[in-house]
Design a protein around this ligand. Sequence first.
Ligand code: WT7
Length: 642
Amino acid sequence: METGLVDSLLREERVFRPQPQVVREANMGQAELKAAQTLARQDYRLFWEERAAEMDWFAKWDQVLDDSNPPFYKWFSGGKCNLVHNALDRHILTVNKNKLAVIWEGESGECRKYTYYELYREVCRLANALRGLGVQKGDRILIYLPPLPETVITMLAAAKIGAVQTLVFAGYSARSLRERIESCRPKIIVTADGFYRNGRVINLKSVVDEALFGEDADCAESVIVVHRAGVETDMVEPRDLRYEDLIRQESPQAPTEVMDAEDPLFLLYTSGATGKPKGLLHTHGGYMVGVHATYRWVMDVKPTDLYLCTADPGWITGHSYVVFGPLMAGTTVVLYEGHPLYPQADRLWAIVARYGVTILYTTPTLIRMLMRYGSQYPRKHDLSTLRLLGSVGEPIGPEPWVWFHKYIGRSECPLLDTWWQTETGMFMVSPLPISLLKPGSAGRPLPGVEVDVVDRHGNPAGHDKGGFVVIRKPWPAMARTLWNDDQGYRQAYWEKIPGVYFAGDVARKDEDGYFWFQGRADDVLNIGGHRIGPAEVEAALTAHKSVVEAAVIGVPDSIKGEAAKCFVVRAEGWNKDYDSEDELIMALKAHVKRELGPFVSIRAIAFREQLPHTKSGKILRRLLKAEETGAAPGDLSSLEEE
Ligand code: WT7
């Protein structure tokens, strides 16, 4: 066994067979799956080409996959398309025209509904307004919004006019926002006055003001402010514009930009092992094909479904499987603004019952939280409309799996644990509704993708041996590069193990080829399904005057899967500013939240005289982690040493 790779402590023996009706009605049935697997094995280009043919294109591609310059792969080169044509324009010519596209519920209880036609008209209005502000193909639009209908509208409007959108989760701080603004130089920022979260009004516009303070004028020419919570905001003339004023006079018709398949659609920043967030770039053609196909197979949507995904649009799950995938499939999406436990632990179940949700896609952290409140909360509501459940973001573990399946899914609904990443754009490893399910396993790779578990030389790890997760062949929804950093893209994903994509996860594969994901192989933390870079937290800590040096590691947490623990070397004289260690700890925790965003919570801070380092001066987080959790040190850090 490789040092540091856990074979597994876990041997889950339970299996759950799919209900006959589910098997009969699945979008991807046994016969289709066999055919798909056979074709994908013989000719995966042809396999993806057939998926592409299921979409609308303005002009057909010349080449399915251009692999002449690895790792910079191109899909459907020469093809002309626009994701928004598939997500919106084409629906208004069908029976979907008057079907609900979005049902939005605010935390304080209000509800707004949009048919596909209404959504189309709103998107056109905003598209025209954005064009009127001079936005052109390739310009960046930064969206700093909570889950609101306007968030969906802005995402679609930006894509419609060929702009590159980047969503920044509304829980990020001014500093994190500024860092992203400086990286992508948006022409326009769209935000809201405020929003409701956990019973409080969060002032969002002031964060944008702080982030833009002192910025030169060649970026963020306009800040568009959606009215949501009635927060008093300083409107800076002529930069700031009210969303409602801007669209009022605009025509509800607007042409959709014809894009090359490889033109950028969005940029999404995520944390890596280093201090700077990485801006992953996704493009129109391949992304739309990959997301559309996988959404239909895994979530098995039918025209009558009502779909709820608890992810925020600001994460990749929100992009692919709250907004783009469901709308391309003509699904009705429920979008909820607020905290899932507000005002009490049955809010989610009340929403499911109120609208008759049929498909529920959520995270292990939320499941564990709901589980802690017990089954009396779900029992108060009629959840009988549910027919399919999904999980994403972190390893779910058998017990939360079984609880969710039993108490929410009546032991009947398929519960599908989907493994994928910001980088993959689409589901990669996941069971299908027709699959035999093993609680805690994400099942097998989907047809057309080749995911494997290998040792550090790239040799297949044996059955049940822990190893690194790699992807052997390009896939259509893969990120194309890092924004302005081709070299960083190559290094982070394609050079750790030659010839394959390195995902940064560890897993084992059992004798049936089922994947059991164990966590990250690198130092990246996964707190409640959110990726947090240790170096970013460390940088925030060392920006505090009482801190000389800091190291951050993940330690197990019974709800969030992982929690952050910080080791801090204090500056001389810290005790002149703080009366006690506890006071300093409180100040440091608050400081990190202010620097990075309120969703970054620190569980513990320990003080040390010094921290362990490598010869080249890097902090040995692995060693601290080993001391803390008893896990074996080594693996990736030794990989990097070589
Ligand atoms: C990382 C990607 C993909 C949407 C949410 C997170 C972890 C994701 C699973 C799963 C075990 C999972 C991995 C992965 N992860 N899904 N089903 N089982 N781990 O997107 O922020 O890009 O993070 O989340 O560690 O690498 P992300």
